[in-house]
Write a protein that binds this ligand. Structure first.
Ligand SMILES: [Zn+2]
Length: 410
C-alpha cells in the first residue's frame, strides 16, 4: 500500500454559474492540467457560420457575425447530444451537427433606437428530410439546447448585439456548431478558471515587491485561513511542495459548473488513456499472444511475451498498471469496457481510478477492494515504478482505495 494520501475534493461554494473547491493531495501539474482542460477542451455549441441576408445597421457584417459567435448557447450534455460537423455524414450541416438560429428584426420606431439582443435569436425549424437519418443525439438534447443562455429570463440581462434606427434591419441565419476552445475561445464553457496555492508564500514561489513591510502591504487572501501561518523563526523548507489548491471555476452559463469539472476530469482521463494506448507497442498482437498463452486462471506465462511492455506480472491474476494484461478477466491497464483506470482482476470488485465514468464510481478515487495503491505507488518489495504489481491481491497503479460515492464530497 502506498503511504501517499488520496486526493480530496472539498466544495466550499456551489452556485448556478460557479464553483469554489479545495483540491488536496495532488501535485501542481495535475491541478493545472484540470484547469487547462476545463478552459480549452470541453465541447460546447457556438454560432460558427452566419449567413447575412440583409444588414442595414451601422455595424458591418463581420462585426455582427463576431458578436453572434461570442453569445453563450445552452450546451448541456453537448458531447453526446451533438456531432462535430467533421464527423457527420452530411455535406455542410444538418440537425445532428448543428443548431440553426435566426435573427430577423426591423426597427419601425421613430426617434428611438431598438436594441437587438440575444433574446431575438430564435431556433429555426428543421428542414424537411434531414430527420430521416438514424442517430440518438437529438433525444439527448434538453429543451432549450442551442438557445442563448438566459433567453427570456428576466433575471438574466440579454447580450446586446446592435442598435437599430428607424427603417434599419438585420436578417441573418446563424449556424451553431459543436467545437472546443482550442479552436476558438467562443467554445469555452468557462469565463474564468483560477487556482491559488500556498497563501502564506511559505514556498517562496512569489517575491513580493514592497516599500517597507511586505506583510502589511500584501494582505493575505481568504484562503490563508485554511493554512497555518509560518512562524517567524520557522526555517525554510526547500523540499516542500504545494499540495493544496484553492480552485474557482466560473462558467458562462453554457454548461453548469459541476458539468464543467466532471467533464474536465473525464477529458483528462481520456487523454491519458490515449497516451497509454499510444505507448503500447502493437496492442493487438500483444492481446492475441496473451490469450493464446493463458487459457485458464493459472500462472501467467507472461514474462517473455510481455517483455518490453510497461507491465511485469509476476503472478497470475495480479492487477496490472500500464501495459498488457493477459487473458480472461484482464486486469490492469485502461479498459474500454469499464472506462476506468486500474481495474481489479475481477470485474465484480469494482473498477477503480479517478474520474471513472460509471455513475456509481464517478469522480475521484473510487475503488472497491482494499488493495490498490494510489497513483502508481506500489506495495511490497516491488514498490516503485508504474504498473508493476507484486502480489495477486494488489491492484494497479492509478486507482486509489477508499470508497467515495462520487467526486463531490462536501
Ligand atoms: Zn451533419
Amino acid at each position: 500500500m502506498s503511504s501517499e494520501p488520496e486526493p480530496v475534493v472539498r466544495i466550499r461554494e456551489l452556485k448556478h454559474d460557479r464553483v469554489n473547491f479545495v483540491l488536496e493531495n495532488v501535485d501542481m501539474a495535475l491541478a493545472n492540467s484540470i484547469r487547462r482542460v476545463m478552459i480549452a477542451d470541453i465541447p460546447t455549441v457556438a454560432i460558427d457560420l452566419v449567413e447575412i441576408d440583409s444588414n442595414t445597421s451601422v455595424l458591418p457584417d463581420e462585426f455582427i457575425a463576431h458578436r453572434l459567435g461570442m453569445i453563450p448557447l445552452v450546451s448541456t450534455a453537448c458531447d453526446e447530444a451533438m456531432r462535430y460537423s467533421r464527423d457527420c455524414t452530411c455535406e455542410t450541416n444538418c440537425a445532428f451537427c448543428s443548431v440553426v438560429l435566426e435573427l430577423n428584426i426591423r426597427s419601425e420606431i421613430l426617434g428611438l433606437h431598438l436594441d437587438v439582443t440575444s433574446n431575438h435569436l430564435e431556433i429555426a425549424p428543421a428542414r424537411p428530410g434531414v430527420m430521416d437519418e438514424v442517430g440518438e443525439e437529438l433525444s439527448k438534447r434538453v429543451e432549450n439546447f442551442g438557445l442563448p443562455v438566459g433567453k427570456n429570463n428576466p433575471n438574466v440581462p440579454p447580450v446586446l448585439i446592435a442598435r437599430l434606427g428607424k427603417g434599419q434591419e438585420i436578417r441573418a441565419r446563424c449556424i451553431a456548431k459543436k467545437g472546443i476552445a482550442k479552436e476558438h475561445a467562443k467554445w469555452s464553457p468557462c469565463s474564468a478558471v483560477s487556482f491559488e496555492y500556498d497563501p502564506h508564500n511559505k514556498l517562496r514561489h512569489t517575491s513580493y515587491w514592497f516599500e517597507s513591510d511586505a506583510k502589511a502591504e500584501w494582505p493575505t487572501s481568504r484562503n490563508a485561513t485554511e493554512e497555518e501561518p509560518p512562524r517567524d523563526d520557522e526555517p525554510f523548507d526547500y523540499l516542500a511542495k504545494p499540495n493544496k489548491f484553492y480552485m474557482e471555476v466560473e462558467t458562462d452559463g453554457s454548461l453548469g459548473p459541476q458539468e464543467v469539472v466532471m467533464k474536465g476530469l473525464q477529458e483528462l482521463q481520456t487523454k491519458l488513456a490515449n497516451l497509454i494506448l499510444g505507448l503500447k507497442a502493437e496492442p493487438e498482437v500483444d492481446i492475441l499472444q496473451n490469450s493464446e498463452q493463458n487459457q485458464g486462471p493459472g500462472p501467467a506465462g507472461g514474462s517473455a511475451q510481455n517483455a518490453g511492455s510497461w507491465n511485469s506480472r509476476p503472478t497470475g491474476g495480479a492487477g496490472g498498471g500500464w501495459g498488457a494484461s493477459p487473458a480472461g478477466r484482464g486486469s490492469g491497464s485502461w479498459s474500454p469496457t469499464t472506462n476506468n483506470w486500474g481495474n481489479r482482476s475481477s470485474p465484480n470488485t469494482g473498477g477503480g481510478g479517478w474520474g471513472g465514468s460509471s455513475p456509481a464510481n464517478a469522480g475521484w478515487s473510487s475503488s472497491g477492494d482494499a488493495a490498490g495503491a494510489g497513483w502508481g505507488n506500489q506495495a511490497g518489495a516491488q514498490g516503485g515504478t508504474w504498473g508493476n504489481t507484486a502480489t495477486s491481491a494488489q491492484g494497479a497503479g492509478w486507482g486509489s482505495p477508499g470508497q467515495q460515492s462520487n467526486g463531490w464530497n462536501v
